[in-house]
Write a protein that binds this ligand. Sequence first.
Ligand code: NDP
Ligand code: OXD
Length: 314
Amino acid sequence: MTILLSTGIWPVEDWQRPLAKLAPGRRVVVAGRDDYDPAEVRYALAWKPPEGLLAGLPNLAAIFSLGAGVDHILGDPTLPDVPLARIVDPDLTMRMTEWVVLQVLFHHRQTFGYMRQQRERHWDEIRQPAAKDVRVGVMGLGVLGRDAVEVIARLGFDTAGWSRSAQEIPGVACFHGEAGFDAFLARTDILVSLLPLTPETQGLIDRRLLSKLPRDGALGGAVLINAGRGGQQVEADVLAALEDGTLIGASLDVFETEPLPADSPFWSHPKVLVYPHVAAVSDANALTRLILRQIERVEAGLPPEHLVDRARGY
Ligand code: NDP
Ligand code: OXD
């Protein structure tokens, strides 16, 4: 019974080390590096695996995404029909909530303005609206979005969320589906994406969407915060919206192409904070423990938890 590791650009040792420590009896092989018999592989732990890799494993019992998202696995048209599970972990959730709250407060508290004033050695107050007058809208009310939206609401913001199916969250105005989308956007000053990347969300944050955000809110324009996936944003449209004042700022953790190319205008844009896909990078030790528990479930004849619904794409 072999575990196959395929970690993309992530350092493979980060996962190999905890696996060796926590499951010393198991054979772990690294795709593209080690020799192994594909017929012996029962479990694959993967982040952006090469297309076709998983199809070549005839006795695969389960695939575990090394992240919360699974678009990087579902994009493989040859993906074998075995259970696919994703990461759901309180530490990861907390890290994401920290990042989203940090970005909401960064823009709410006029930090770009104060950074500019500091460069200019200029001492002045910038108009500061109350949190209750700033409307935050979170797209995606799953494990991550729900936690983030609840904390933002507790900070006093006028908070809403949007999801595929109807949700109820105390203190949060919940919208859903296409029918609820325009009303959600019309009351959103700070737009946060914690959506998965699916055929429906690909390119969602485009000129049309951005034009529906209010320009007359308490911040004097809208803010985009994206930690979902870069494929959701049409970057030329985001840049155009920053230029024409629809957007007064953006915090982007994810991009159409990652790593972000050196010539991307985002790197030096004065209204954009760039993060290298780190909003919620969890401790590999904790995640390995979690995945090993799921492997034990499979070996006990149970399905892994946090299974992905392939038809929905998340
Ligand atoms: P979940 O599957 O728990 O939640 C997904 C949410 O998105 C659900 O509320 C779902 O609606 C909603 N949704 C999906 N499709 C649509 C749609 N077409 N229209 C409206 N709503 C939709 O995912 P998580 O919260 O765990 O993670 C979300 C994403 O965050 C991941 O897929 C990943 O891309 C990203 N991520 C990014 C990280 C980073 O470091 N930048 C780290 C971890 C995750 P419903 O409730 O109706 O099902
Ligand atoms: C994830 C991510 O999906 O890191 O967990 O983006």
